[in-house]
Design a protein around this ligand. Sequence first.
Ligand code: CTP
Ligand code: MG
Length: 225
Amino acid sequence: MNIVLYLCAGQGSRMEASVPKQFISVCGKPLFSYAYETFASLEEIDAIAFVVSKENLHYFQENISCTKPIFFIPGGDTRGESVYQGLTFLKEHVSMEDLILIHDSARALIDKETILNNLKCAQKNGNAITSIEVVDSVLYGKEEVEKELNREELFLAQTPQSFYLKDIWNAYTYAKKKNFSASDDASIALFYGQKIYKSKGNIKNFKITTKEDLKRMRLWLEKSQ
Ligand code: CTP
Ligand code: MG
């Protein structure tokens, strides 16, 4: 089975809004519903596990319905802890051989092609990190610029980041034991020593973090109408 671990438990502090960013209404519907609907529309996706904050568990349980199996899991204080809570739940409810597509609900404009690229890559190689090439020059250094990095060798990580449950569970439990934390799942799997594969992302799949990003999202939506 291919199961989405759908992260909606953040506070959205950089958005500086009165509600967590996933609840902000964008063109008539909450931000979290965009990527969810794209995943739910794909026949390749078998189930969706929402990770939500404890305070909003009831809201999601009451307001989301789907033709596919869905789960609601209380998250943690950081993204890493929310993923860990999600994996702990899945370990008890689905097979260790299932593929888990971990996705930030804040990447609202994910398209079907990016999801399918990621799924195919993970099925072939055992895991897949959605990523895009770097187009700007990248400079390194604290106060003075020390060097330019070779952008041909650099990639920006997006989500989904997908792994077989047994592998990502082992990686997260190892990282927890060693007190290692990271802002994404690829870094956890790398820390555990797994070989990581890339799949082709899309600039539209940017993470909505600030008010500027929200404007950019609205522009994309207007353009595509
Ligand atoms: N996330 C989560 N649980 C957390 C923190 C983050 O499920 N404790 C989710 C967010 O809902 C988001 C994704 O992880 O979809 C990426 O995190 P980020 O963009 O950093 O969202 P927030 O943590 O909500 O925003 P901020 O860092 O500005 O507070
Ligand atoms: Mg955050």
